[in-house]
Design a binder for this molecule. Structure first.
Ligand code: GLN
Length: 476
């Protein structure tokens, strides 16, 4: 069985026809993933016992003639910022190197109830802060398509695992682009749902008003199946939405002719000509599918990077205060007093990017600066959301690039945090507005580096967004 190209429907067919058992498939997947991992460092740890226990349960359901679930037997990789009870959850930080999750995230519970098999936890930027996966305390991830390049970040391991074929689908988290950008860099599908669509319960908090959990997959259909399973109201997360997700997979084959799609002018300046060319060809495909393409304007885009890095660092400085050496974390050995314990634990445990963000966030929240920075950024956030709201009066969805350039070389931007922050320009706007956005592979540059097309839709219109992505995928 070709694990590297399996899809969810193929696995289902194989299991139901008894061509393979879930236990056999899981054993193969684990062996394959462990053997391939040294090439990319996509996984931080594997969980064979848990995986095989869940696989046995799937086999028992099939043997008993029961419906085994939408993800029955599907090998899934989970970003290591999401809790799975009894497994370590490190957030790719030294500080949490030995932390064992006391409970399951809601997304984990739901995907396992649907028969999904978690085979391991994936590498990422420390506490999901970064755009290249180079901020991991446990080494960077290599892009499976071009091993001297980054896989994108922060969900670099989750994207690499799917691109490499060691998992069929994976869970990532997105605060300002961390699902879409690595999906784009590795040539896979990545979906950031509407804020509140998927429960954040059990996701280590980075910037709570921006954090999302979402799926990565090799096909739009597989991403839709995983989204369908994990979405929906959860009592344990007060910000999770009541609106039920309509059946996205059923709508994937619906026609898109007649849809009005907007191209934001502001997103096409400063784009590398290579990426621009690939995106233009993708737009042409939609025209051929019968969509009407128009230019639109999102004028507040120019302020998005500044706005995002004020809000996300403010929230991060508060969320990361809990890692104090008393609870959760590896404790500094060298402390004599309580304040030393805090200072040394955090000083020794956090990497440079986390420290930078805690300092920046504390600064923008401090008396005297709050009004000038944080409050102003909140107002700008409203303007960005209004830009989208008025654009969606004119168009059904928006097409845009995901990133100004394709995967860059390892180390290339590491010493220049500003360059790294600026590369998030096209993804953070959607995050600030809380709308659903996704990346769908739309071709490669001359060097064979994948480029993602971003599709953005109004709040709670994931089904429309996925339908557009599926139409493109079929047309290619
Ligand atoms: N690259 C962005 C950042 O560094 C986004 C990260 C994310 O979405 N988790 O904050």
């Amino acid at each position: 069985m070709q694990l590297a190209s399996l899809t969810i429907p193929e696995i289902r067919a194989q299991l139901l026809s008894r061509a393979i058992s879930a236990v056999e498939l899981t054993e193969q997947a684990l062996r394959f993933a462990e053997a391939e991992n040294p090439k990319t460092n996509a996984y931080l740890h594997f969980c064979p016992e848990r995986a095989l226990e869940k696989a046995r349960a799937v086999d028992a359901r099939i043997a008993g003639g029961e419906e085994p679930g939408a993800l029955a037997g599907v090998p899934v990789a989970v970003k290591d910022v999401i809790l799975a009870q009894g497994l370590r959850m490190t957030c790719a930080s030294r500080l949490l190197e030995h932390f064992v999750a006391p409970y399951d995230a809601t997304a984990v519970t739901r995907l396992e109830q649907a028969g999904g098999i978690i085979i391991g936890k994936t590498n990422c930027d420390e506490f999901a802060m970064g755009s290249s996966n180079e901020n991991s305390a446990f080494g960077p991830v290599r892009n499976p398509v071009a091993p001297d390049r980054v896989p994108g970040g922060s969900s670099g391991g989750s994207a690499a695992a799917v691109a490499q074929g060691t998992a069929v689908v994976s869970l990532g988290s997105d605060t300002g682009g961390s699902i879409r950008q690595p999906a784009s860099f590795c040539g896979v599908v990545g979906v950031t749902p509407t804020y509140g669509r998927v429960s954040r319960y059990g996701l280590a908090a980075f910037a709570s008003s921006l954090d999302h959990i979402g799926p990565l997959a090799r096909s739009v259909h597989d991403a839709a199946v995983l989204l369908q399973v994990i979405a929906g109201r959860d009592e344990a997360d007060a910000t999770s939405a009541f609106a039920p997700l309509p059946d996205c997979t059923a709508e994937l084959t619906a026609p898109v002719a007649g849809m009005k799609l907007g191209l934001p002018r502001e997103y096409f300046n400063g784009l590398s000509s290579e990426v621009g060319g690939v995106i233009e060809r993708a737009v042409e495909t939609y025209r051929k599918l019968g969509c009407e393409i128009t230019w639109i304007s999102l004028p507040a885009t120019a302020y998005a990077v500044a706005c995002y890095y004020i809000i996300c660092t403010a929230e991060a400085s508060s969320n990361l205060a809990r890692y104090d050496g008393v609870r959760y974390t590896t404790r500094s050995e060298s402390a004599e007093t309580l304040s030393d314990l805090y200072r040394n634990t955090r000083g020794e445990g956090f990497g440079a990017e986390c420290k930078r963000r805690v300092m920046l966030g504390t600064y923008v929240l401090s008396a005297g600066y709050y009004d000038a920075y944080y409050l102003k950024a909140q107002k700008v956030r409203t303007l960005i959301a209004r830009d989208f709201a008025s654009a969606f009066q004119q168009v059904d969805a928006i097409l845009a690039p995901v990133s100004p350039f394709p995967a860059f070389k390892l180390g290339e931007k590491l010493d220049d945090p500003m360059a790294m922050y600026l590369s998030d320009i096209y993804t953070i706007t959607g995050s600030l507005a809380g709308i659903p956005c996704m990346s769908v592979p739309c071709g490669t540059t001359g060097d064979g580096l994948p480029v993602g097309l971003q599709i953005m839709a109004p709040h709670f219109e994931e089904a429309r967004m996925l339908r557009l992505a599926a139409a493109y995928e079929r047309a290619e």
